[in-house]
Every structure is written in C-alpha cells, then in structure tokens.
Design a protein around this ligand. Structure first.
Ligand code: FAD
Length: 438
C-alpha cells in the first residue's frame, strides 16, 4: 500500500486544478484525508476563480505536441477526451461545436502536422480565407483577415459550460468523501525544520496536514511571497516563475434573428498581429441564454511598483466586475475583429485573473524549499480544459510517478526562457484604469 493512502492533504483553491486533484486523489486513495479549501462556497453566485466562467474553450489545437498528448479533444485514446465526451459527470457540459481559428503564423498547418504525427484522425482542415469565410452562414465574413494565411477548422473542438462543470466537479469530490471548507487562507504554516505543516485561515484557525497543495491560481504569488517573508526564506517566493495576469471578457445577448443565424456557430479564435496583443476570441451562444462571450487581446499585470510581482487587486473578488473603459474597448475590438461592425451591446464585462508562467507551462511540482508543500496551478490562460484529467497528473506528481518529460516541464525549478511567451502581460492595469479608479 502506498503511503499516500494514509496521508492527510489540504488542497487550497477549488478551481480546475484543486477540484480535479481532490477528485483523483480521493478516488485513488479512499482512506486519505483530503480537505479542499476555497474562500467561496461551490455554489456562490460569482467567484474570482479563473475557472468560474460561463464557458471555456475545450480544444486540442496546440502547436506543442506535449499538450496535444494530454488535451482532451485530440486523442481519443487518452482518457481525458473520453471523459469530456463520455463520462456523465463531464459530458453533459461539453458541446462539440468545432473551432474556427484565424491564423497568421502557420498555426493551422502546425496543428494539422501534429495530428498527423500523432496518427490521429479528426475532421480538420487548413482552409484559404476565401473558402473559410463562406462557412457557418457567413457569420465570419467580415472578420479581420489582414495578414492571415489560413483558417483552421477543427470539427472536434468545442466548449464547456464552465461554472456548471466546476460546481459538479466540487460536488463530486464532496460526494466521494472530500471535506470542503469555505475559508480565506491567510498564510502557510511551517515547523522549525521548514516543513509545511498546513495553513492558517484569516480568522486564525490552524488546519494541519502532511501535505499542502496550492491550487490558488492568480493568488499563488501572494501566498508564496507571504510565506517567504513569514519564515525569512527567499527560496519560497515565486521570483520570476509566475505572475498574476488579467484578461477582460464581455457578453452580447443576441436578438432572436441573430441567434438563429449563430445557432451552429463554432468557437472562434483569432491570432492577432503582434502589435494588437496575443489572441482574442468568442464562444458560441450559451444554452438557453443566446449569449456569446468575447475575450479581449490585452493581457495585463497589476504590479503595484514591483514589475516581477503582480497580484490581483485587493478589492472584493479581485475587483473583477470593475472594468475600466479602456478594457471595455478592448473587448469591442475583439467583437469587431471577429464579426465586423455590429449593432449590438457588449455587457457584463469581467476581468478574469489567472496565473501565468513565462513558458505558459503549468507548475505541478513539489516546492523544493519546503517538504510538505506542493504547487499545482499556473493555467497560463489555457488550463481550464484539463479539468477532467489534470488531477490525475497531480496525484502522479505527489506519488513521484509523473513521467519524466512532464516532471521536467512542470517543475518548479526549470530553465526560464530569455523572453517570456506571448501570454505574458505587456501592460499594467494602472495604465488602463479610468482616472476615477486610479
Ligand atoms: C479570460 C480567460 C479566458 C480563459 N479561457 C480559457 C479557455 O477557453 N480554455 C481553457 O482551457 N482555459 C482558459 N483559461 C485559463 C483557465 O481559466 C485557467 O488556467 C484555469 O481556470 C486556472 O485554474 P486554477 O485552478 O489554477 O485557478 P483558479 O480557477 O483561479 O482557482 C483558484 C481558486 O483558489 C481560490 N483561492 C486563492 N487564494 C485563496 C486563499 N488565500 N484562500 C482561499 N481560497 C483561495 C480562488 O478564490 C479560486 O477559487 C482562461 C483564462 C482567462 C483569464
């Protein structure tokens, strides 16, 4: 019997990383004592978690073969895809509408090549713009195609109802015996040898465990920095490994006629010209609500004076509903770049905060500065789709059985690139705030 069986675990953060870890840990080790702690109840009407959202893209359209290997949609052989499609826990939230990916950098061909290399069959094409724009009742006819080489059409990609799937996942974890505590974690606890012994809540309660797993998304740098200061151990701090970064979303409620034209709409992602930002995109109408969601192309940090240390704003729910006009305009750019000028109103703007690494790889790793402390987060704007399976990889990390290529890739200590990837923030929220908020 593995020792994992009898250990106690605290998982801080009930986003996709924490929830999936709780389910896989308790399923594999029913006798383990597993506690999932989040500052919000699972059915809170809104949460600041990046994983809480109306919908998220589920795709296997990656340039990078490593992620293709564990992305649910691409490889039927992988349990992850089976889970989204066939496990009743997840499949009711999943909609395989296809994806329309406007590519400026040979991305479409790279994805085709990946599928070929991996021997995967899927209905996927790299189409010239003139052919692609005629698809889907011409809804993308007025998109911005300047500098575009081809459009990737992958009929086996789609989206999932994010907050509903997340809530179902947390309830599943509770059903199988995970304890759920709604509390704000103020600080990590350490013994004299530097071993992480658990957490302290903001009302002073200490909760002990053999192993503490931080799945705290954008708040992770704050907790680690605080821990480093509390025990005077610089090696605990995130340094340049991760950063809290935000992207803005907004919603359009379609009128009945437009909803009818958009009813078979796929996910649309647009790779931007470099000067405009990383990507923008839109998701198909929500079920029953006829609402489409856009995300803007501007990625920003909130550095508060220290460029490499960004954290979400300290207000209620990271001030996620207080969106400055400049960022509302950023969402409008996404709408126009996808559908041309439209006579519709974008409403319900939100800033979504995630934790990003310079290579956009997750961190799923023991923290080398403290036995008992583990990190499993840093979704880097693409982590949501891994909800059904990522916890299994976290359990392998905890057990010391993670495949060596993934172990290296997700390690706390891994080489940092000279230049961070395109999802690294290039703006600061302070520059974008309305004068009244600044
Ligand atoms: C605008 C936007 C669009 C995205 N779109 C997609 C997409 O379409 N597809 C995709 O695959 N990925 C997408 N992502 C990325 C994805 O949402 C994230 O990578 C993923 O959800 C991160 O999950 P997490 O569990 O690490 O963090 P989170 O979901 O942020 O969860 C962390 C949890 O920890 C809690 N917490 C933090 N600190 C504390 C504390 N001190 N005490 C108690 N609780 C605490 C938080 O409240 C939160 O509930 C998108 C991200 C953004 C921002």
């Amino acid at each position: 019997m593995s020792s994992t069986q009898s250990l106690s675990y605290i998982i801080v953060g009930a986003g996709v990383f924490g929830t999936s870890t709780a389910i896989h840990l308790k399923s594999q080790y029913p006798n383990a004592d597993v506690t999932l702690i989040d500052r919000h109840e699972p059915d809170a009407p809104t949460r600041p978690a990046a994983s809480w959202d109306w919908n998220k893209v589920v795709r296997a359209d990656y340039r990078d073969i490593t992620y293709c290997r564990i992305t649910p949609v691409l490889l039927v052989a992988l349990e992850a895809q089976d889970e989204w499609r066939s496990n009743p826990l997840w499949s009711r939230f999943y909609h395989e509408t296809g994806i329309y990916w406007i590519s400026r950098t040979g991305f479409a061909q790279a994805v085709l090549d990946n599928f070929k290399t991996l021997g995967r069959d899927a209905e996927l094409h790299a189409l010239p713009v003139q052919e692609a724009r005629k698809l889907y009742s011409n809804i993308f006819d007025s998109a911005d195609y300047e500098g575009v080489d081809t459009v990737l059409i992958n009929k086996t990609s789609g989206w999932a109802a994010a907050k509903d799937a997340l809530k179902a996942g947390i309830n599943k974890a509770i059903d199988i015996g995970v304890k759920y505590i709604a509390a704000e974690i103020d600080c990590l606890q350490f013994d004299n040898s530097g071993y992480c012994t658990g957490v302290r809540t903001d009302d002073g309660k200490i909760i002990n465990s053999n192993r503490t797993v931080l799945c705290t998304g954008a708040f992770t740098p704050v907790l680690l920095d605080k821990a480093a200061k509390s025990v005077s151990c610089d090696a605990l701090s995130p340094q340049k490994r991760m950063i809290a970064a935000g992207v803005t979303t907004g919603i359009v409620t379609l009128d009945e006629g437009t909803a009818n034209t958009f009813k078979d709409m796929p996910v649309c992602i647009q790779e931007n010209p470099t000067q405009r930002g990383a990507s923008n995109g839109t998701l198909p109408p929500t079920i029953g609500g006829n609402q489409i969601k856009f995300w803007g192309q501007t990625i920003f940090q909130f550095s508060q004076g220290t460029p490499s240390f960004s954290q979400p704003p300290p207000g209620k729910e990271y001030n996620q509903w207080e969106v400055p006009e400049a960022l509302k305009a950023d969402v409008a750019v996404a709408s126009e770049a996808t559908f041309g000028k439209r006579d519709w109103t974008i409403h319900t703007h939100r800033i979504c905060w995630d934790c990003v690494t310079p290579t956009e790889d997750f961190i799923i790793s023991q923290h080398p500065a403290s036995k008992g402390l583990f990190i499993a987060t840093c979704g880097s704007f693409h982590g949501w789709k891994f909800l059904p399976i990522i916890g299994e990889y976290v359990v392998r990390m905890l057990d010391g059985t993670l495949e060596s290529d993934l172990e290296k890739r997700w390690a706390w200590d891994r080489p940092l690139p000279d230049q961070p990837g395109k999802e690294w923030p290039r703006h600061d929220l302070r520059e974008l705030l309305d004068s009244v908020q600044a």
